[in-house]
Design a protein around this ligand. Structure first.
Ligand code: ASP
Ligand code: MG
Length: 420
């Protein structure tokens, strides 16, 4: 059994859906579970719906939602011939779930509403892709993943209940493979024990695919993307970026941790734990080998470069010259957690803590205000955080020339420089 994961870009147009369908048809060797995320930029559009609704603008929310609706209805109509009416009726049930809520007034947390609204993107995209498979006579079925993946109620960043989910996979999913060759389901979403929808964090569909790979003991997971392979740097920032044919789990988890947009950072653990190989391949050029990620240690790697712009350096100093260690550090970490913003780099000194964050203005302000009660807070914006793994003197020189470095950390493998 294999797991395939397709992201929003691979199904954003009817043409793309057809090529994705061709990939499925070309490769009927094993049973397959398909994890799909929302079409194109649907998740962003649904976020706007949630924001309007929560700010009390129900009318705007409904009209924004209408656009999402129309786009999916049009796509479905184009794709289905035989089964169109029944498929559309079912799709309208997904709309009703959201509209029913939009007609109310918000009384709960934003994060709760966010998840109830945004989860619709994956339900719609998978429903359309399923209908396409039916039209193409593929032996497929559709599963609402919220009946399988159980989470806690930490909305927008829900944690998996592995034991419950495992049991559901055993009793519900495995059974389906007696009848069907392909099981199609949603990435990114789950549900609580009270049947409230949850999401696993942005770009979480990779993680969903890894959960299924783990629980089904899959022979491999393939993540289909719009790049030919995992690159050593973002090709939009570095013209000389090159593809890397093979990488170890540990290399990839570090790359993702430092902010490389390879795959969702939580994806690796469930795969590594069962030694399941991960292929990253291009849905535009499926004949290319892509990248294989496995337990085999990477051979000599090129420098792997991650550059994050728009960084803020915050300094928290004690007001009375007491040490910033132990308890004060814990208090700061609580403040970061409440603001849902993790530092990208931390450095301790006797009476202060330096932290580098992505510049999310509201969150930075929240942190500054809360920490300001106990600490003197200063900050500098518009910095760049450069991380280079497997660095050498030449590449460091090339990438930091003429820059003023404000913070530098290095181990034998990884160098991080924060500069103006
Ligand atoms: N659709 C979700 C997002 O855009 C999840 C995903 O794509 O993995 O974040
Ligand atoms: Mg995506």
């Amino acid at each position: 059994m294999r797991i395939f994961k397709f992201g929003g870009a691979s199904i954003q147009t009817i043409e793309r859906m057809k090529s994705t369908g061709a990939i499925l048809k070309n490769d009927p060797r094993e049973k397959m579970l398909l994890v799909i995320s929302a079409m194109g930029k649907t998740t962003n559009a649904l976020e706007k719906v949630a924001e309007s609704f929560f700010s009390g603008n129900s009318k705007e929310a409904l009209s924004l939602f209408n656009r999402v609706k129309q786009q999916h209805l049009d796509t479905l109509k184009y794709i289905t011939v035989l089964n169109w009416q029944a498929a559309e009726n079912r799709m309208k049930d997904f709309f009703t779930e959201v509209e029913w809520l939009l007609h109310d007034k918000p009384v709960k947390d934003y994060d709760f509403y966010y998840d109830q609204i945004v989860c619709c993107g994956e339900l719609l995209s998978t429903w359309i892709m399923y209908q396409y498979c039916v039209e193409e006579k593929l032996n497929a079925c559709w599963v609402d993943v919220r009946d399988i993946i159980r989470t806690d109620d930490n909305f927008r960043e829900a944690a998996i209940d592995w034991a419950y989910t495992q049991q559901k996979v055993e009793t519900e999913i495995k059974k389906l493979f007696h009848t069907y060759d392909i099981v199609i389901t949603q990435g990114f979403i789950g549900a609580t024990d009270e049947n409230e929808s949850t999401t696993l964090g942005r770009e979480g569909s990779d993680f969903t695919a890894a959960i299924f790979a783990n629980l089904l003991d899959a022979s491999s997971l393939t993540i289909w993307k719009d790049v030919d392979a995992v690159m050593n740097a973002d090709p939009r920032q570095f013209k000389d970026a090159i593809g890397i044919p093979s990488l170890s789990y540990s290399e990839v988890i570090e790359m993702a941790y430092y902010g490389a947009q390879v795959i969702h950072p939580k994806t690796i653990k469930p795969l590594q734990n069962k030694n399941i190989p991960l292929y990253v391949k291009s849905f535009l050029n499926p004949q290319l080998p892509g990248t294989l990620i496995s337990s085999t240690l990477s051979k000599k790697l090129p420098p792997v470069i991650v550059k994050k712009e728009n960084q803020v350096l915050m300094q928290f100093s004690s007001k009375d010259f007491s040490f910033v260690e132990g308890k004060p550090v814990q208090q700061l970490q609580e403040i970061f957690k409440t603001a849902r913003l993790n530092p990208n780099l931390i450095q301790n000194s006797a009476i202060s803590l330096l932290c580098c964050f992505d510049d999310r203005p509201e969150k930075i302000e929240q942190i500054a205000l809360e920490a300001g009660i106990q600490f003197n807070v200063s900050l500098e914006k518009n910095l760049t955080l450069l991380t280079i793994r497997h660095y050498d003197d030449d590449i460091v020189k090339e990438l930091t020339e003429n820059k003023t470095i404000v913070l530098l950390q290095k181990t034998p493998v990884t160098l991080q420089a924060l500069f103006r």
